[in-house]
Every structure is written in structure tokens, then in C-alpha cells.
Design a protein around this ligand. Structure first.
Ligand code: F6P
Length: 523
């Protein structure tokens, strides 16, 4: 059994080292080492990671690598790729990477995937040849965020002529807003739910069913407007979707890691099968990089270790995801689930309380909008926030002047966070100088993609998946369950029963009673 993280020799050595680093600013570190970028950056294919604006020296990186080795990350990584049961609480293997290894015909999961790709490929041709114009994916969490991100990011590659829409929230406002623009006769619904028990998804699926049934001409044929993606075929069939219209999913594919599976059906219907395969190939290229590159040149490993460093030793408990490209507008929401649902745990693999922080709080928004909302705190707030800036060199449009502005803003912000502005540099009324001063010394990574294509997007997302994996191993937690979300779901079901009558509620705590009674009175 592994010792608690805080008791590992390498972790303690990082603690001591952090004291030395506290005395040095990023300004000083850049001044001391003119080639700092060359030392603290790495690029692979079409992806450049600049991590020189972190408060690290070569000694820091060596010590972080010692932590990587002491935590035996490589052995856990190999277990994951070999299909061992590393999701120990659910006794499951973790096999999303096998879905993108299109050349591997040996593993059962790879074979499953080849069959599903064939099914999806045939289905997209059938839909294209038919009368459907619009596809609505109904799903939530992992059955929503990944496909929505990818479809939005790859709208420039849409080639099937179909429009896709996404509905997740149990708030019917969302589905109503989508449906009011659509024609029932030409709308296809994909009910995407691994469990097929998720309340939000089932409620929205019922609303869709009723919407179709309300159309006189479709009343008896509405079943033709539904397909499902699920690991629970029985439940999908009970909902009214014929078994042959249920695209399979498997226990070994976690919801938040599932866009590569049939959960990506909306992606296939939007960009076509060749582009979906490119997405898988890009992710596979990152899998190979993660498996083979030296830790010092391994992007997911570096990103994971840097975040542990910032969070555990430099008090950055919040991490901002800042895509400077509108095509990546849903990346922050996707990463929130990936990081916080995977690594927001309070016990280690053996069930012992963690002696160190778990996942950082992740938030973000697109630049430059974010600059005009929360960047003030990033620059001058008292909390430390680490940042990932993500940009794409090649614009997705012809307006190069605005793209130059966008990327200049991105790089300018990383510089401002690093340098800050001293009292002397402010040159102002002494009374205001303190307010205008920036402390600087704020850390960031910059990821620059040459272009945003299905391949590079696949690489980017797989890189973040593996980053989360490495962090989970260092923390010694199981990143692949999500037991904390169950309680809230169960309590909501209990309360729903109480809300469906006019009786005054008095058997809960005083806050819950009062909230329900207020709701009943005014709803
Ligand atoms: O919120 C919990 C969760 O189980 C997520 O992990 C998952 O992505 C989401 O709900 C949706 O689950 P399902 O695909 O089973 O509907």
C-alpha cells in the first residue's frame, strides 16, 4: 500500500524547495536565464506547450519528476493501457484509449469499437439519404459536454448538411427553445445515456416524445425519430426505442471519457465518419506520446506535475481554462467535469482521507470576453489562480486583423500576469499608484495549436484526459468513479414526491421545509 502523498520523500523535498522558490519572482527567473523558453517548453507535431511562465527552475522539474517516479505513474499508465481493473471501486478496466486505437484488432474493446464505427458509418449514410434535417442530442454530463464541444469546435468541418442541437438541462426552457425552431417531421433525436436512468435525460426524452406525438401526421411513426446510445439496452427498449436502434456503450468507458464511443454519434452525424476517425487518430497520437515520450518531454505529465506544484506548493487552488478561440468555447465546461468529477475526491484508493488538496477548482471562459469579466481578480486579487491559455495560430475565418488582435491579447495577458507593474513603473499620482500596481508573478501555461482540425482537437482532449490521469495517480485516488454525485440525485427524487401534492411539508430540516413550502405557494 502506498504511503500518503505528504509522506513521500519527493513530496517533502518539494516542500523544502518551495521555500527557496518563494524568494524568486518570474521577472528574476526570466532575467537570470535568457533562454528560459527553450528550457521550459516542448512541442509535438502541431502543439506547442510553453510552461516557462511557471515559477519553476530546472531543479523544480527534477524534483517533480522524482515525485512522478515515486508515485509509479508509469506502472499505473501501463496497467490502464493493458486493460487491468484500475477503477477499483467499480471493479472495472478503464478503456477509453482503446477506442481510438484503430489499428489494434486484438483487444475486445478495439473490436467492439470497429463494429460500432461501422454501425455509425452506415447510419450516417442512411440519415443523409433520408428526410432528416436536424439532430437533437439529449444527454447530460459526459453524454453531452464532449459531443457539444467537438461539434461546435469542428463546425468548419461539418459536411453532412445536418444541423445538430444539444439539450441537457432538466429545465424545460432549454428543450423548448430548441424545439420551437424545429419541424417534427425532419427531426431525429439521439437519447444518449450510459445508464438510461438519468432523470434529466429521461424527462427531456419524454418531452421530445410528446412533441412528436402532438403532430397528427407523426403520431404513429414517432418511434422512427429516435435512436439511443446506451449501455442499458433493456431500459432504452422499455422507453420505446427498438433494440437495433440502440448503439452500444460499455462499462469500461466512463461517461466523461466517452465522446470517442457511440456517445459521439452526434459528432459523426455532423462532421461525417472520416472526420470522426481523424479525431480518434489525433487522440491516439496523444496516447502514443503519453506512453512513449520521456516524462520530461511528455505534455500530459508536465501539465499534471506543474498543476500539482502550483496547487500544493504555491497555493493555487483554482485553475482557469482560457481558450482564445471561440471554437473552443465549451472547453472550460468540458474540463470542469473531466477534472472535478474525476479528481474531486476526499479519500485515497484505500479509503483513507487525503492529507493534501484534491482537484483544483476549474473555471474559465473564452478570451477576450474573460478579460472584461474576471481577469481583474487574476491580476490583482489576493488568491493565486493558475491559468492555461489556449490559442490556435491559424484562424477559422478570413479576418486576420482580428485574429492578430485576439492572439496579441492572449500573449499580452500571459506577459502581464508574469511581469505585473511595479510602483515605479506606474508613474502616477502617488495616491493611485498602489491601486494601479500589479504584483505580477502569476503563473500560466500557454498551449498553441498550429491549426484546429479533428486531429489536433483529438490530441488536445486526450492530452487533458491523461493530465487528469497522472494527477489522480499522484494523489493516489480513483479518478474513474463519481460516487459523490449520487446523494444529491437521491435526495432530489425524495423531495420531488413531496412537491407533487399540496400538503404542507414539515418532516425535513427547517431550511428544506421552508424552501419547499415557499415554492408550493408560488409555483
Ligand atoms: O453526474 C453524474 C453522471 O453519472 C456523469 O458521470 C455522467 O456523465 C452523467 O451523470 C450522465 O450519465 P448517463 O450517461 O448515464 O445519463
Amino acid at each position: 500500500m502506498r504511503k500518503p502523498l505528504s509522506e513521500l520523500v519527493s513530496y517533502q523535498s518539494l516542500h523544502t524547495h518551495a521555500h527557496d522558490i518563494q524568494g524568486h519572482t518570474l521577472r528574476e527567473l526570466f532575467a537570470q536565464k535568457p533562454n528560459r523558453f527553450d528550457v521550459f517548453s516542448h512541442s509535438i507535431d502541431s502543439l506547442l506547450l510553453d510552461y516557462s511562465k511557471n515559477r519553476v527552475t530546472e531543479e523544480t522539474i527534477d524534483k517533480l519528476l522524482a515525485l512522478f517516479y515515486e508515485c509509479e505513474v508509469e506502472s499505473w499508465r501501463d496497467k490502464m493501457f493493458a486493460g487491468e481493473l484500475i477503477n477499483t471501486t467499480e471493479h472495472r478496466a478503464v478503456q477509453h484509449a482503446a477506442l481510438r486505437d484503430l489499428n489494434d484488432a486484438t483487444s475486445a474493446m478495439a473490436k467492439n469499437q470497429l463494429d460500432v464505427l461501422q454501425l455509425m458509418g452506415a447510419f450516417v449514410e442512411q440519415v443523409r439519404a433520408g428526410d432528416f434535417t436536424d439532430v437533437v442530442n439529449i444527454g447530460i454530463g459526459g453524454s453531452h459536454l464532449g459531443p457539444m464541444l467537438v461539434c461546435d469546435a469542428l463546425s468548419g468541418f461539418a459536411e453532412t448538411g445536418l444541423n445538430v442541437h444539444f439539450v441537457a438541462n432538466v429545465d424545460a426552457t432549454e428543450i423548448n427553445r430548441v424545439l420551437e425552431k424545429l419541424n417534427p417531421a425532419s427531426t431525429l433525436f439521439i437519447i444518449t445515456s450510459k445508464s438510461f436512468t438519468t432523470q434529466e435525460t429521461l424527462a427531456n426524452a419524454d418531452t421530445a416524445k410528446n412533441w412528436l406525438a402532438a403532430d397528427e401526421q407523426l403520431k404513429n411513426t414517432s418511434a422512427k425519430h429516435f435512436v439511443a446510445v446506451s449501455a442499458n439496452v433493456e431500459k432504452a427498449v422499455a422507453f420505446g426505442i427498438p433494440q437495433e436502434c440502440v448503439f452500444p456503450m460499455w462499462d469500461e468507458i466512463g461517461g466523461r471519457y466517452s465522446l470517442w464511443s457511440a456517445v459521439g454519434l452526434s459528432i459523426v452525424l455532423y462532421v461525417g465518419m472520416p472526420a470522426f476517425k481523424e479525431l480518434l487518430r489525433g487522440a491516439n497520437a496523444m496516447d502514443e506520446h503519453f506512453k512513449k515520450a520521456q516524462p520530461k518531454e511528455n505534455l500530459p505529465v508536465l501539465l499534471a506535475l506543474l498543476e500539482i506544484w502550483n496547487q500544493h506548493f504555491l497555493q493555487a487552488s483554482v485553475h482557469a481554462v482560457l481558450p482564445y478561440d471561440a471554437r473552443l468555447q465549451y472547453l472550460p465546461a468540458y474540463l470542469q467535469q473531466l477534472v472535478m468529477e474525476s479528481n474531486g475526491k476526499y479519500v485515497d484508493r484505500a479509503g483513507n482521507p487525503l492529507s493534501v488538496p484534491s482537484a483544483p477548482v476549474v473555471f474559465g471562459d473564452v478570451g477576450t470576453n474573460a478579460q472584461h469579466s474576471f481577469f481583474q481578480l487574476l491580476h490583482q486579487g489576493t488568491q493565486t489562480v493558475s491559468c492555461d491559455f489556449i490559442g490556435v495560430a491559424k484562424a477559422g475565418h478570413e479576418n486576420s486583423a482580428q485574429h492578430d488582435m485576439l492572439i496579441a491579447n492572449m500573449i499580452g495577458q500571459t506577459q502581464a500576469l508574469m511581469l505585473g507593474q511595479t510602483l515605479e513603473e506606474v508613474h502616477d499620482d502617488p495616491q493611485l499608484a498602489a491601486h494601479k500596481m500589479f504584483p505580477g508573478n502569476r503563473v500560466s501555461n500557454t498551449l498553441l495549436l498550429k491549426d484546429l482540425t479533428p486531429f489536433t482537437l483529438g490530441m488536445l482532449l486526450a492530452m487533458y484526459e491523461h493530465k487528469v490521469f497522472v494527477q489522480g495517480i499522484v494523489l493516489n485516488i480513483n479518478s474513474f468513479d463519481q460516487m459523490g454525485v449520487e446523494l444529491g440525485k437521491n435526495l432530489a427524487s425524495n423531495l420531488l414526491e413531496k412537491m407533487q401534492n399540496t400538503d404542507f411539508v414539515s418532516d425535513q430540516d427547517s431550511s428544506t421545509n421552508a424552501l419547499i413550502n415557499f415554492y408550493k405557494k408560488h409555483s
